[in-house]
Design a protein around this ligand. Structure first.
Ligand SMILES: [Ca+2]
Ligand SMILES: [Ca+2]
Length: 82
């Protein structure tokens, strides 16, 4: 029974990843520092221009924090997760 559940969970995770046009911010964060650089963003959202990135980077530190990503999603500048 447990094995069946684990298989189902693994399958669901694989299917979700394959179908996702948008990535979770944690997946985009290649170096795992909790912040997204312009290259990390563009690796998963190639449609985001550098200008677009700068407009999302509201405090201008050159990195998107989780909060800035959330704000960008609210404004529709970044694709929603899943
Ligand atoms: Ca990062
Ligand atoms: Ca920032």
């Amino acid at each position: 029974m447990t094995k069946q559940i684990l298989t189902a969970v693994a399958f669901a995770a694989t299917a979700a990843t394959a179908a996702l046009p948008a990535f979770a911010a944690e997946e985009a964060d290649v170096n795992g520092d909790g912040m997204l650089t312009v290259s990390e963003v563009q690796a998963v959202w190639p449609e985001v221009s550098t200008d677009g990135f700068m407009s999302m980077d509201t405090d201008g530190d050159g990195l998107l924090s989780e909060e800035e990503v959330a704000d960008a999603r609210e404004l529709g500048s970044l694709p929603e997760e899943g």
